[in-house]
Design a protein around this ligand. Structure first.
Ligand SMILES: Cc1cc2nc3c(=O)[nH]c(=O)nc-3n(C[C@H](O)[C@H](O)[C@H](O)COP(=O)(O)OP(=O)(O)OC[C@H]3O[C@@H](n4cnc5c(N)ncnc54)[C@H](O)[C@@H]3O)c2cc1C
Length: 392
């Protein structure tokens, strides 16, 4: 079978690319259903983009690489597409847009777009062998127990990263990159809960509060959640993408209110109140109990000197912690690193060295913050490759 373009992976980026690449395009995926990560994303409602999308919200060894694709296919383009398909949506918080109904509406929309463009989809299809000679990619595929050989002028690798192997994530994109001489930025788990030695926060499991978490100089003001394994919640997931094994993070447990000023003010009118009682006004009760095991929280407010109030405030606002690790690929929402962008054209996602080869989506070393940014990268990079293939 001879085709123009073979896309490996029917996830967010692959489907978007097919919708733009048009006739002569075949998308294959080893999964039973397309867009499985879209289906489960955003608690089943898919946080499909973010109003605040801008290059600064993406991590990459080359922070400039994502600019062109993001500018050519914006959050507004995707919102227009969603609205054109009659999918109702709302802004939840921090510019994050979610479907009012099920995330499967987004998958159905992409399939409709892809079919309208004249592209075909084969599911439960495995790639057994891939070669490239004389300007043609030859893929030996296995579908329904039968072998099919497909020859294509172009190959788009859209098989994502390593996160959540249970959902079908594989390292195929990295293997293909290696096969064709493309360098990798070491893949590592991102947007992932951080772990601590067993029992460290066991007494706090389930406690959540607004916090500012800083890793490697980048801070996030969002909810923090204590778990049996360690720390989670949006602020930790965000910071985890900036954190490396062995490093410390700092946690500000009271980002919006200066505890020292609060305690000094309270001391004036309620000197007999215990320090722990007053702290419970600004922090969850179980957290105050936990902190009392590590900090001196004895005595009444009247006994609290300005200096001690400042020291306590500093402890609460600059809590330094060294995670022992992360929950890893099992729960990581994304993969940091991937195909090194130095080898790719930022306008088309095409390889600079191998004609017709493209890498898009999470397989590439571009990773967004939590909040719809990773899908926007999948849409933008998919559209960039698809449009250039349609024009070629
Ligand atoms: C639980 C969870 C929730 C998320 N929620 C959000 C969210 O709300 N908003 C957001 O922006 N991002 C979210 N993300 C991240 C987002 O899902 C990904 O960044 C995005 O799906 C990447 O798109 P992709 O097309 O590059 O890869 P994927 O969507 O992962 O698609 C890759 C496809 O390739 C297929 N494949 C893999 N290996 C092979 C192989 N060897 N042979 C054949 N096919 C293969 C897979 O089956 C899959 O269909 C979430 C991720 C997870 C895990």
């Amino acid at each position: 079978m001879q085709i123009k373009t073979l896309i490996l992976g029917a996830g967010a980026a692959g489907l978007m690319c097919a919708a733009h690449a048009g006739p002569g395009t075949l998308v294959i995926d080893h999964a039973r259903a397309p867009g499985e990560k879209i289906r489960i994303s955003g608690g089943g409602r898919c946080n499909f983009t973010n109003l605040g999308t801008e290059p600064a919200r993406f991590l990459s060894q080359n922070p400039h690489f994502c600019k062109s694709a993001l500018a050519r296919y914006t959050q507004w383009d995707f919102i227009e597409l969603v609205s054109r398909h009659g999918i109702a949506w709302h802004e939840k918080t921090l510019g994050q847009l979610f479907c009012d109904g099920k995330a499967t509406q987004i998958v159905a929309m992409l399939l409709r777009e892809m079919e309208a463009a004249g592209a075909e989809l084969w599911l439960q299809t495995a790639l057994r062998e891939l070669t490239h000679a004389d300007g043609t990619y030859t893929a030996r595929l296995e579908r329904d127990g039968r072998e099919t050989v497909v020859q294509a002028q172009n190959l788009v690798v859209a098989t994502g990263g390593r996160s959540i192997p249970k959902m079908g994530a594989t390292g195929l994109a990295y293997d293909i990159a290696g096969q064709f001489g493309h360098a990798l930025v070491a893949p590592r788990p991102g947007l992932v809960p951080l772990t601590f030695p067993e029992g460290r926060f066991a007494d706090l499991a389930g406690v959540s509060l607004p916090a500012r978490v800083t890793a490697n100089g980048t801070s996030f003001d969002e909810a923090l959640l204590f778990t049996h394994r360690g720390l989670s919640g949006p602020s930790i997931l965000q910071a985890s993408s900036y954190w490396h094994e062995g490093e410390e993070i700092t946690v500000n447990l009271s980002p919006a209110l200066d505890p020292a000023a609060h305690l000094r003010a309270a001391r004036k009118g309620a000197g007999k109140r215990s320090l722990t009682t007053e702290l419970r006004q600004i922090l969850p009760e179980r957290l105050v109990g936990h902190l009392a095991d590590h900090l001196d929280l004895s005595g009444n407010l009247a006994d609290l000197s300005d200096k001690r109030a400042e020291t306590l405030s500093e402890s609460l606002r600059n809590w330094t912690l060294r995670p022992s690790g992360s929950e890893g690929w099992r729960t990581a929402e994304v993969t940091l690193g991937g195909v090194n962008t130095d080898g790719l054209n930022s306008k088309t996602m095409a390889s600079k060295t191998v004609p017709g080869l493209h890498f898009i989506g999470e397989a590439v070393d571009v990773t967004g913050w939590l909040g719809g940014y990773n899908f926007q990268w999948a849409w933008a990079s998919g559209a960039a490759a698809g449009r250039s293939l349609a024009a070629g």
